[in-house]
Design a protein around this ligand. Structure first.
Ligand code: CS2
Ligand code: MG
Length: 402
């Protein structure tokens, strides 16, 4: 079973997505998500120029060997562009293996370890009242876990919030928009926001919050302590994620559970955090960290140390990458929770995904492979549309972490 054809599909149905399509000599088609928000064409070019020529004629059944060939063979290891490209190949090969076997990928990973996957949704608001209305909406929809963010008073805009029912879109503008960040205002606001949420809705559901890497370790320690009465499921990305030792300081000050890892791309980024038990949830998703093959190794390492999964699942991971997360989630022993933002219209015109939301959980269909099909004609109707994530500056103009 040889790879005879390969193609990179760049399309923007609601936002940009990069998809790798591999075809075998038997005509089996496999898809992989290669979307790296704001850097989409770097991965598309990496695949087109440096990976696809190496895949022609390779045995599509040898997933592990192809992974090692692309990882060790490049000499330049790791990094988000490389690891997203390798991930796309890995996902497409698992998709093909599943389709050839007539089995969903989670069956190839050992079979279901649970029936469905508990997800958390995103509630947010332009102020706390708006947030409370959105939390109520999520609880009515059956969510048992809700991430809460609200616009911080005194700041022009706050990343990760939306005002309508439509999911928020992280990237906007042909150039990055600039947001002004104020740590003191944020630290004062968040505990008060959490109090309002718990006062209104009680403790019968999980509450999560994302800091987007904006605090120093001691600030994060203070926030974690201040949030303890509200019993968070997790506090996410409290500090810039590349400084693994920072978590030791946070950990020594608070029992608020910690999650990190959506920007990680290999097991090496997580190793110290996991082996020193500095975090509770590892968020590294299939799309950005070498695919199902590599993220499975991360989750296995995490399991040894009692760390559970909480894979990144924003709208800027395509339905293919989302499905890949879900197949892994379903099979691993240490599943924690799955982020679920959904996809904006008209993503459904291009991608036909085999999972559905019901009762606070995502349910995977029995479709073989990853279970996502791509309508290439529809993809052509939505050409690439350059968009960037915003940047954060302080009031004095200095760049801030995010
Ligand atoms: C966020 C994302 O979903 C999350 O937890 O941190 O919105 C993230 O900022 C985007 O995916 C970046 O592309
Ligand atoms: Mg996040």
């Amino acid at each position: 079973m040889k790879i005879t054809d390969a193609q990179v599909i760049v399309t923007a149905p609601g936002r940009n997505y990069v998809t790798l399509k591999l075809v075998t000599d038997d005509g089996v088609v496999g898809y992989g998500d290669a979307t790296l928000n704001g850097r989409e064409l770097a991965v598309a070019a990496y695949l087109t120029e440096h990976v696809l020529p190496l895949l022609a004629g390779r045995d599509a059944s040898r997933i592990g060997d192809t992974w090692q060939y692309l990882y060790k063979g490049a000499y330049w290891r790791r990094g988000p562009v490389t690891m997203t490209a390798i991930s796309a190949v890995d996902q497409a090969l698992w998709d093909i293996k599943g389709k050839v076997a007539g089995l969903p990928v989670h069956e190839l990973l050992g079979g279901k370890a649970r029936e469905a996957l508990t997800v958390y949704g995103h509630a947010s608001g332009a102020d706390v009242d708006g947030l409370l209305a959105d939390v109520a909406r999520h609880l009515e929809l059956g969510y048992t876990a809700v991430r809460v963010q609200a616009k911080i008073p005194g700041m022009d805009s706050t990343y990760g919030t939306h005002t309508g029912a439509q999911i928020y879109e992280p990237a906007s503008g042909a150039l990055p928009t600039e947001e002004t960040w104020n740590t003191a205002a944020y630290l004062d606001f968040v505990p008060a926001m959490m109090k309002r949420v718990r006062d209104e809705f009680g403790y019968g559901f999980h509450l999560l919050h994302d800091v987007h890497h904006r605090l120093t370790p001691i600030e994060a320690a203070r926030l974690g302590g201040a949030l303890e009465p509200y019993r968070l499921f997790w506090l996410e990305d409290a500090t810039p994620a590349e400084d693994q030792e920072a978590f030791r300081l946070i950990r020594s000050h608070t029992v608020t559970p910690l999650a990190v890892g959506e920007v990680f791309n290999t097991i090496w980024d997580c190793r110290q955090l996991i082996s020193e038990r500095l975090i509770d949830y590892i968020r590294t998703p299939v799309t950005h960290a070498g695919g199902i093959s590599h993220v499975r190794r991360i989750m296995d390492l995490a399991d040894l140390y009692g760390v559970r999964s909480g894979c990144h699942g924003p709208g800027d991971i395509s339905p293919i990458g989302m499905a890949a997360n879900l197949h892994l989630d379903l099979a691993i022993p240490n599943f924690g929770i799955q982020e679920y933002m959904g996809h904006r219209d008209p993503a459904g015109e291009v991608f036909d995904w085999g999972y559905r939301y019901e009762g606070g959980m995502l349910w995977l269909s029995d479709r073989p492979g990853l279970g996502v099909e791509v309508d290439e004609e529809a993809a052509r109707r939505y050409p690439y549309d350059p968009k960037y994530l915003p940047v954060a500056r302080l009031a004095d103009g200095g760049m801030h972490d995010w």
